[in-house]
Every structure is written in C-alpha cells, then in structure tokens.
Write a protein of this length. Structure first.
Length: 86
C-alpha cells in the first residue's frame, strides 16, 4: 500500500509543479553562428543532356566506346521537337 501512496504522491507533485507561462526570449548582440564564406564557382558543370542532344540532333557520339553505347541507349528514350529535348 505504501508504494501506491508514493506513486500517487509523485504524480500529484508532477501535476502541481509550476510551469512556465511564457518562453523567455534572449536577444543576442552578435551572432553565435559563424557565417560560411561564399565563393563564386567558375567551373563548368557537366550537362547530362548534351551527349543525348548531340546524338539525336547531329548524330555525334562520344569517342569512348562504352560512353557511346550508354548515350545511344539513353538517347533512344528521348526525342527532339522544335529544338527541345523531350
């Protein structure tokens, strides 16, 4: 029986414990997170559709045999209509 009272006292204490009515807001004068340095990238990014475009429009394939085979396989799923790749 005493363990029952201990449990009920614990529950009652938890329910009657005061809680915060509002959340305190702290204003910081300086940022605490360091900003990342931004760098302009001038590197050209590979465009996956360029090989397919050249294959369909100009009938040009990459020099490498395996790349040419992959491009031919992928190009069969696309078409060019009014100079747009679909």
């Amino acid at each position: 029986m005493s363990s029952y009272y201990q449990i009920s006292d614990t529950i009652i204490f938890a329910l009657t414990e005061p809680t915060l009515e509002s959340i305190p807001i702290i204003h910081l004068a300086t940022p605490t997170i360091k900003m990342k340095e931004e760098v302009q990238m001038n590197k050209e990014v590979y465009n996956w559709s360029l090989d397919i475009w050249n294959s369909l429009k100009h009938n040009q394939l990459p020099d490498d045999k395996m790349d040419a085979r992959k491009t031919r396989s992928k190009a069969s799923r696309y078409t060019i209509f009014e100079d747009r790749l679909y």
